[in-house]
Design a protein around this ligand. Structure first.
Ligand SMILES: *[C@@H]1O[C@H](CO)[C@@H](O)[C@H](O)[C@H]1NC(C)=O
Ligand SMILES: *[C@@H]1O[C@H](CO)[C@@H](O)[C@H](O)[C@H]1NC(C)=O
Ligand SMILES: *[C@@H]1O[C@H](CO)[C@@H](O)[C@H](O)[C@H]1NC(C)=O
Length: 417
């Protein structure tokens, strides 16, 4: 299941689902306040900025993102940048919540001719955690499991917002030779409903459930993954998989086979995080979210803010190591580079893919906004290749693997054998 790019009609339908939820979830007075701020932006500032920077600025002086972006990408990213800096998270959260994202996804399926979702999914609710289970065939054991934590500054986002992204990933894994790929997307409690360490406890609980249910005494076929704040939670979990007593009984902790991190928020508050002209994130809002999340816990703690950790990267590393995908243009780029350096200095195995014009979480952004099919799938294909070149793909026949890695780019469908 790989749907086409987001188009104008999708945007209209998205707004149609969004408005009732805003009215239902947010006080009318706050909405009015936000609207009074947003209208001048949409009517004056946005068109003015867009015209000035796209058409009246020399190419060399444009931001690297604008230089390479389509007009549609540029407009959406400018709106997101504005919203991230100016709209309270309480309101922003509604944009990505289940009750907007899920009907929107079903509309996109319908628009592509799917009356029913072509992939199995189910919400799992257990004491201590909840999440979304997605699997190609629910009746057989998965041969690879992605454990995914979504992004959104700990304050926004939902696993339903990532359904299309994750189902597309499952599709790519299947096309690469896995028999029955699966994803478990954790639905952790958002800030301010709860703070650290609730989210870390939930991350651990979801992971434990996965390897106890499917691992048969091992977690070698689990790949932990996530973007932004979700990638932070994954790193925090790796650095501190249990309480001190639990860690002393090391056998209680089963290391995942591989970690793939997209634009991890490595340093929650740091001078390394600097605004860039391309990215949609904003240093001040990030600091606010970080403080709301960490509460009393020190922001310099090496588990809360994994980039601060100078040791233990090798000791806690998944057997296949760490893979990091990020953009050179994102606010977190310097922090991510420092973290990679620290991992390497510790002797951990880490491979990074850095996209030169890439903004924050570009593999996710591009799937929705990319121009060409190749561009839309590029991030997911890099992530899939990371898996294919690890021991997690040892169950995949060598024949299929060679075919997908070398012979043809993944986005070209093989004629059926
Ligand atoms: C998180 O887990 C730790 C260790 O199991 C426990 O002591 C703590 O009370 C939990 N905190 C929350 C907020 O769930
Ligand atoms: C689980 O592990 C045991 C011992 O390692 C093995 O004998 C058994 O076949 C495994 N079961 C499955 C379903 O893989
Ligand atoms: C620029 O955009 C094109 C397609 O939109 C993409 O294929 C290319 O990789 C981008 N260039 C860089 C340097 O990111």
């Amino acid at each position: 299941m790989i749907l086409g790019p987001v188009q104008g009609v999708d945007c209209v339908v998205y707004v149609f689902f969004l408005i009732p939820q805003l009215l239902w979830q947010i006080d009318f007075s706050l909405l009015l306040l936000v609207l009074i701020k947003v209208i001048p932006f949409l009517v004056f500032r946005l068109p003015h900025q867009l015209l000035k920077e796209r058409y009246f600025t020399r190419k060399q002086s444009q931001s690297p993102f604008t230089r390479n972006a389509s007009i549609f990408q540029d407009v959406v990213v400018r709106c997101v940048r504005y919203a991230f800096a100016n709209i309270p998270a309480r309101v922003g959260r509604v944009f990505f919540c289940k009750w907007v994202s899920y009907p929107f996804f079903r509309f996109r399926l319908l628009r592509h001719g799917y009356l029913r979702c072509p992939m199995y999914y189910k919400e799992i609710i257990q004491p201590g955690f909840r999440g979304l289970w997605i699997v190609d065939n629910p009746d057989t054991e998965p041969d690879i499991i992605i454990y995914y934590c979504h992004g959104g500054g700990f304050s926004m986002g939902s696993s339903h917002f990532y359904m299309e992204f994750l189902m597309t990933w499952v599709t790519r894994l299947k096309e690469s030779g896995f028999q029955n790929p699966a994803v478990f997307a954790l639905e952790y409690t958002l800030v301010p409903d709860a703070q650290w360490p609730t989210q870390l406890n939930e991350t651990r609980a979801g992971y434990t459930f996965l390897h106890e249910t499917f691992g048969n005494g091992s977690a070698a076929k689990i790949c932990v993954s996530g973007d932004s704040a979700g990638a932070t939670l994954i790193l925090s979990m790796l650095l501190q998989p249990g309480t001190v007593e639990q860690n002393q009984r090391a056998q209680r902790w089963h290391r995942p086979g591989l970690a793939i991190l997209l634009s991890p928020w490595t340093h929650l508050v740091s001078d390394l995080n600097q605004n860039t002209p391309s990215d949609y994130l904003n240093k001040d809002s990030l600091e606010l979210y970080a403080k709301q999340y960490a509460g009393d816990a020190a922001l310099t703690d090496g588990v809360v803010s994994p980039g601060m950790s100078t040791t233990r990267w090798k000791q806690v590393s998944p057997p296949n190591g760490y893979r990091i995908v990020y953009g050179a243009e994102e606010v977190f780029s310097p922090g991510i580079q420092e973290t990679i350096q620290r991992m390497e200095n510790n002797g951990a195995m880490v491979k990074a893919h850095r996209r030169e014009t890439g903004i924050h979480a570009w593999p996710v952004v591009n799937l929705f906004l990319g121009n060409t099919r190749e561009d839309r799938l590029q991030g997911l294909d890099i992530m899939t290749e990371f898996i294919m070149s690890s021991s997690l793909a040892s169950s995949v026949s060598a024949d299929t693997r060679t075919r997908s890695c070398l012979a043809t780019p993944l986005h070209v469908r093989m004629p059926s054998d």
